[in-house]
Design a protein around this ligand. Structure first.
Ligand SMILES: Nc1ncnc2c1ncn2[C@@H]1O[C@H](COP(=O)(O)OP(=O)(O)OP(=O)(O)O)[C@@H](O)[C@H]1O
Length: 239
């Protein structure tokens, strides 16, 4: 699962703090433990011996972990996950990953954590997510009013720039192949759409901005082992 973070630093400050396992773990607790194959696996506490916790995992295996390595599982989490991870009862690594994986299964590739957007690369075209109807919907909508989306982040950044009269930035960050370049194209498309439709030579501003992208990629991108069209860090400046 490859993920990227998209944030608008100048709208407000958001700090994410991954919660440590401070909740009491007792016999019968539903928990997450690390797994060499699946990364994390859920299970139930069968016995506690001092610092040692004996857990029966969902695959029926018995494992023994130290208390700090055992994380509580929210058994009342909605089956389809939550669209903003600040709503999670436990904001720890297995909780966050489980939520993202659940949403990804439902083709929900975007999830908020406060005003930061997390995108999971779908590795398939999802045209319904980016069509002109979607752009119309997100125009002027407050962050969180509609489903998490890259257009919502662009809209907030654009509105903050217009209303406060200050330049703004959108930071797109993630490992190689996570989808930064594709996301930036969507951001450019949406910002060009917001910026107006008057164009020269019969072409809209949106078309002209998007047509400039292959030229920028020709200078800024390179083929790597992970990605045929690789670009390093991307910061979009709006001014
Ligand atoms: N939102 C998306 N919808 C469909 N496919 C996507 C999306 N995001 C990424 N992809 C797929 O993943 C591939 C890699 O994405 P992209 O080039 O944007 O990654 P990157 O983070 O910019 O990588 P690098 O850091 O190497 O430049 C794309 O060529 C595309 O096939």
């Amino acid at each position: 699962m490859e993920a990227l973070l998209i944030s608008v630093p100048y709208v407000s400050n958001a700090f994410i703090c991954l919660q440590a396992a401070s909740v009491n773990i007792i016999v019968g607790s539903h928990v997450w433990v690390e797994d060499p194959v699946l990364a994390w696996i859920d299970g139930k506490v069968i016995r506690i011996n001092g610092q040692e916790v004996h857990v029966r995992t969902a695959t029926g295996k018995m494992v023994v972990k130290e208390i700090p390595k055992v994380f509580p599982k929210d058994t009342e989490a909605p089956p389809g996950g939550v669209d903003d991870m600040t709503k999670l009862s436990y904001l720890h690594e297995p909780g966050v990953l489980q939520n993202l994986a659940t949403r990804y299964e439902l083709n929900e590739i975007y999830t908020y954590t406060g005003n930061i957007l997390i995108a999971i690369n779908p590795f398939q075209r999802l045209p319904h997510l980016y069509d002109s109807h979607m752009m119309e919907q997100y125009r002027g909508a407050a962050l969180g009013e509609l489903s998490p989306h890259v257009f919502a982040v662009a809209d907030v950044a654009y509105r903050a720039m217009i209303n406060e009269g200050k330049s703004n930035s959108i930071l797109v960050s993630g490992e190689s192949g996570a989808g930064k370049t594709e996301t930036t194209k969507m951001l450019m498309r949406y910002l060009a759409y917001l910026g107006g439709r008057s164009g020269v030579e019969g072409r809209t501003v949106e078309q002209q901005v998007l047509e400039s992208n292959p030229v920028l990629e020709a200078f800024g991108n390179a083929k790597t082992i992970r990605n045929n069209n690789s670009r390093s860090v991307i910061v979009m400046e709006l001014f």
